[in-house]
Structure formats: structure tokens, C-alpha cells
Design a protein around this ligand. Structure first.
Ligand code: SF4
Length: 307
């Protein structure tokens, strides 16, 4: 006898098929330039890619055009080897020329760069080329991505304190993400996805962090989609929501829960989903079978036809 209701197994299979289809549609190099990660690919060495990745991720708040304009202003004077440039020459070139970026005054940005320079020089002494080891919990008995992130923030704050004991301005605190214990740490989660995942478009530069530890960067698109796909009821964009979205995808991809992140974001970034039924978009959407908006539209149409 055929089953009278969909079993959880068949529902999960259907969901996974939809996600796998969306993954194939959008996880392609041709969509890379719609993402802040694209800037890393303009540089050849892994070290420059990490450096540029951290800048692109931490300044990735606000309007995309403004972010891109600011990052080109910052990176262009450093040429093809920006990290080497910073280590050799420091920040003199930008003094009174760079200007502010949203919450950061020029002074905050220059201090941030000087802190980064000093951090790299410190790490070089122990033969390390990346910031990776600073993304570890301060207490060895603790674990989890949030502890890795706070480990980096504490170590970096210490460096800033050594450069300027009164470094804690609002702009610099915001830039390095301190002060909100419930924060989803979107910008760090995004940076760590780029550095850790081995599969394209990510860079796979960090070897000591496993992709199963990563957490979803809750940008505006994932925030919205996770609600309309029924992944979470939570509206607040906080750490708890990022955990819920990650746990959901971990069921389908236990070793790599962020596998769908790039593809899901394309739906929003490329304006393929308006969070409302739009015939031209929804009828060809890979997620229509799992979307609450599409489901309710179909039920309404069904009811109208029956009447
Ligand atoms: S079916 Fe429509 S509303 Fe639902 S995710 Fe796709 S494009 Fe967005």
C-alpha cells in the first residue's frame, strides 16, 4: 500500500535534492565577482589572499559599492603584494589620504593596519605565515568557533593595546567585532569559511580548523532565506540563529555544513528571490519544492481551483 503521508526520510531526501540542485546552479566561478571573496582571487600568493580576505571580510558591512570603493582605495597603493608592502613600509602612504569608512575614522583604520602588521611580524618569529593559530581558544579546554573567534579578538586587542593604550574607539571596536556577546560574528564566520573550506570558491588555507566546525555567516540573505524556507523561526540575527541554521544543514552535510552558503547567498545577491511569489522567479527556482512562500501560493491556487 502506498504511504498516506510523506515520511521524514522522503522529505529529507527531497530537501537534499533541492539543495544539491541549487548548489550546482550557483556554485560556479562565473558568480564569484558578485561576492567579496572575489578580491582574494586578484592576488596570487596564499598570504596575500589571507590578508586581503581579512580586510574584505571585516569591512564587509554596509553598501556593496561603498565597500568596494573603500577597499580599492586601501589596496591599490599596495600593489600586487599588499601584505609584503604593509610589512615593509607600514601605513605612512595613507596618512591624511585614506579618509574614513563609515564607523571608522582614518585613525582607526591606520591603527588596525598597524596592529595587523605587528601581528604578522610576531607570528613570523615562530615561522607562521598566517593568522590561523590566533584563531584558537585562549583556554585549551574550550572549543567551538565562537571561542576561536574570541581567541583572535583577544590576541589582536592585546596587540592594539601595545600600540595605543587608548585604542578602543567605537569604530575600531566595531571593526574587530567586540562588545556584543550575542553577536552572530557574521564577518568572521564568512572569513573563516573562505579560509577553511577546501572546495571552491573557498580557499582552504587553514588546515587546523575542520569545516564541520564552521558556522553560517548570517548575512541579510541567509537571514531571510532561513525564515522563508522554514529552517528557523528565529527572527533575531544572533549567534543562536547562526547555530540553528548550521545545525539544520549539518543534517545534510555533516562534514561540511556551509556547503550551501555560497549558492543560497546568490539567490539574494543576484536578486533571484524577492521573498514573495514572483512567477518568473519562483516557477524556475530550485528551492520551490521546499519554500514556504511557494507552498502557500500553491495551496491558495489549489483552493481557488477547487472552489
Ligand atoms: S520559490 Fe520564490 S520565494 Fe521561494 S525561495 Fe524560490 S524565488 Fe524565493
Amino acid at each position: 500500500m502506498p504511504p498516506t503521508h510523506r515520511s521524514p526520510v522522503s522529505t529529507d531526501k527531497k530537501l537534499k535534492n533541492s539543495f544539491d540542485t541549487l548548489y550546482k546552479t550557483y556554485t560556479k566561478p562565473e558568480f564569484l565577482d558578485s561576492d567579496p571573496l572575489f578580491l582574494c582571487y586578484l592576488y596570487e600568493s596564499a598570504e596575500d589572499r589571507e590578508f586581503v580576505g581579512l580586510l574584505s571580510a571585516l569591512f564587509a558591512y554596509g553598501n556593496v559599492t561603498a565597500i568596494r570603493g573603500f577597499l580599492s582605495r586601501l589596496l591599490e597603493p599596495m600593489g600586487k603584494r599588499p601584505k609584503e608592502y604593509l610589512l615593509k613600509h607600514g601605513t605612512k602612504i595613507w596618512t591624511s589620504k585614506l579618509g574614513p569608512y563609515r564607523f571608522q575614522k582614518e585613525k582607526d583604520i591606520l591603527l588596525f593596519l598597524q596592529g595587523l602588521r605587528l601581528s604578522y611580524l610576531e607570528l613570523e618569529k615562530s615561522g607562521e605565515s598566517f593568522l590561523e593559530s590566533w584563531f584558537s581558544p585562549l583556554d585549551k579546554n574550550e572549543f567551538g568557533l565562537e571561542k576561536r573567534i574570541s581567541g583572535f579578538q583577544s590576541r589582536f586587542s592585546e596587540v592594539l593595546g601595545s600600540l595605543d593604550p587608548s585604542w578602543k574607539s567605537y569604530g575600531l571596536g566595531f571593526l574587530i567585532g567586540i562588545g556584543n556577546p550575542k553577536s552572530a560574528h557574521k564577518r568572521y564566520c564568512m572569513f573563516l569559511r573562505w579560509m577553511v573550506r577546501k572546495e571552491g570558491p573557498d580557499l582552504g588555507l587553514y588546515k587546523s580548523i575542520h569545516s564541520s566546525e564552521l558556522l553560517f555567516p548570517l548575512d541579510t540573505h541567509i537571514n531571510r532565506l532561513s525564515n522563508i524556507l522554514g529552517i528557523t523561526e528565529r527572527r533575531t540575527s544572533d549567534f543562536k540563529k547562526s547555530r540553528e541554521v548550521t545545525d539544520y544543514f549539518q543534517k545534510f552535510y555533516p562534514e561540511d555544513p556551509l556547503r550551501m552558503d555560497f549558492a543560497l547567498c546568490r539567490l539574494g545577491i543576484l536578486r533571484k528571490c524577492k521573498s514573495a511569489y514572483v512567477k518568473e522567479l519562483c516557477e524556475s527556482c530550485d528551492l520551490k519544492d521546499v519554500c514556504k512562500i511557494y507552498g502557500s501560493k500553491r495551496r491558495k491556487v489549489g483552493t481557488a481551483t477547487e472552489n
